[in-house]
Each structure stands twice: as C-alpha cells, then as structure tokens.
Write a protein that binds this ligand. Structure first.
Ligand SMILES: [Zn+2]
Length: 312
C-alpha cells in the first residue's frame, strides 16, 4: 500500500495526500476525456463541474474535435482550475482540414495569460496539455482513409513541434475488435515513435494515449511497447464486456488511464443517462475489482499516470 502512495506523490505536483481516513472520496480521481462543451451540458454545466468537486475529480481533460470545439475546450479550461484542454481535428471531421488549420491550432497554443499554473514551457498556453482528439475512424468513414491519415500525420507533427502528447481515437468498421483501422494507426504510430526515439525527442517516452480502447490485447500491447497509455471507459462496467475486462486485467497498471468520454459511454449503474466526469469513479471501482486492488489505489495510480503524461 505504501508503495502506491509514494509512487503517486513522486509523479505529481498536486494534492495527492492520503488522509488517515482512507475513503474513496478523499482520493483524487482524474477524467482524461470529457467533451464538456457539448450542448447537452448547456443547461447545467456549472452543476456538472461542481459535482466533480463533490466526487474529488481533480483533473479533467476536455478534447476538441474541430477548430471550433478546440477553442471551446480552451475557453472552458481557462474558466476553471481543474479543467484542461486538448486541441485537434477528429478523424470524422478530417474533411474540415484546410491549409490554414495547422496554423489555427498552433495559434491557440501560443502564449496566453497564465492564470492558473506555471507552464512547463513558458511560451505555451498553460492549460493546453495535448493534441487531440485525433486518429482514424473507419466506423463512420466520413472521410477517405488517405485523407484521415494525412490529417493525422499533420497533427502528429504539430504535437512533435509543440512537445505535447497526443490523444488518439481509433474505431473499426462495424465496431469490430480488430481490423484495418488498428493496423493503419499502429503502423503510423510505430514510424512516428521510431523517429521520436531516434532523435531523443521529449515525447519519445510518453507520446500519448489511445482513448476509449476497445481493441485486442495484441494491439494494446503493441501500443504500450510504443510508450502509449490505454484509456478505459464506461463499457468496461457492462455485463457483457468480459472480453474488455480480460484485456484490462492483463495490462500494466502504470499504463492505464480512466476516462468518461462524457456525454457518451455512461457506465453502469448510470447507463442510459447522460455521462459526466463525476461518474469516473464507477470505472475506477471496476478496474479495482478486475485487478484485485482497492479503488483508492486505482484512483491514485491513474491520477499519477495522467499527471505524468499531461504534465499537469
Ligand atoms: Zn472523445
């Protein structure tokens, strides 16, 4: 037990302070993926964010999917100390990519008033911590694969230039557990990471995360070998998700992130309702059950993992 706590403390600059009364509520949780700018939060966004405090969700990453929603993520991140932004073009919006898009994204990251914390790199916006969500989507197939790949490649190079990790989306045709999407994505990531490593680039050790992972153990292991973390979402709590649980059980804890993907993928027992970051605790509880650990340990480890990846 002591090892878990010291591990968490070593890797974060923030309040991971185990108290004598070790209740889950006293432990910080992190939600590494929540689309809080969605209109489904328009009526009660402040209440949703307040509930995060109630359930001790200390850090929430809001990923953009277009230039417009990336800007919305940044605005939200600037409005509250616990919120952080990722900016990028989602593969289902790949056709939005134009010559000036990269520059528009780059400008968002350029110096802004530093209101909450010391930026790791002073010339960058302190609340923008990743490029995402970006990736490949062969489920909706809204853009030809070649275009999706080109848009992804442009954003990998932007991440590299800005030294920000990437948050990756991967969805197979027909939601199959394996297929061309994972093959193509992992091929691109292998080349990218090889190139980062050859230059000892700062992203070489922690290049990013595969968000809401639903693929095979082979794909997860390959991604981990490349240095990526694996994002676990609500479906792991569903009755019929034994395959997903088996995969998560075999992954090293220091590579796991927990995320809600709000407003989607609501975990049991809230399934059917709109999802929100406060529900991240149900995912932590399920992972604890799978790994035979205490929920508070999972909270501490995944919070430390996120802090290590996003430098917050
Ligand atoms: Zn998402």
């Amino acid at each position: 037990m002591r090892n878990v706590f010291s591990y968490a403390i070593r890797n974060t600059q923030y309040e991971i302070r185990p108290t004598l009364n070790l209740k889950l509520e006293t432990f910080p949780l992190t939600d590494t993926h929540a689309h809080l700018y969605w209109d489904r939060f328009d009526k009660d966004r402040d209440a949703v964010i307040a509930r995060c405090t109630d359930f001790n969700v200390k850090r929430i990453l809001i990923p953009g999917t277009t230039v417009k929603t990336s800007l919305a993520s940044v605005k939200l991140a600037e409005s509250h100390p616990n919120l952080f932004a990722a900016i990028g073009i989602h593969p289902t919006d790949a056709l939005e990519w134009a010559d000036e898009t990269k520059d528009e994204l780059r400008k968002l990251v350029a110096t802004r008033p530093d209101r909450f914390s010391k930026p790791v790199r002073p010339q960058l916006h302190s609340k923008i911590v990743a490029i995402g969500e970006i990736g490949l989507d062969y489920y909706w197939d809204r853009a030809p694969h070649e275009i999706q790949k080109r848009v992804l490649q442009e954003q990998l190079s932007l991440a590299e230039e800005l030294e920000l990790p990437v948050v990756l989306h991967l969805r197979e045709k027909g939601d199959a557990p394996e297929g061309d999407c994972a093959v193509d994505l992992l091929e691109m990531l292998s080349k990218w990471v090889a190139s980062l490593r050859s230059r000892a680039h700062s992203l070489a050790t922690n290049p990013g995360a595969l968000h809401s992972f639903s693929g095979t153990i082979t794909a997860a292991e390959k991604a981990i070998q490349l240095g990526f973390m694996i994002g676990v979402t609500g479906p792991i709590t569903f009755k019929k998700a034994s395959k997903r649980r088996e995969i998560i059980a075999s992954l090293p804890m220091e590579k796991i992130l927990i995320e809600t993907d709000s407003p989607f993928l609501t975990p049991h027992p809230k399934r059917g309702k709109r999802n929100e970051p406060a529900n991240v605790r149900f995912i932590a509880e399920k992972i604890a059950e799978i790994h035979g650990k205490e929920t508070r340990e999972i909270a501490a480890i995944t919070t430390a993992n996120a802090a290590r990846l996003f430098n917050w």
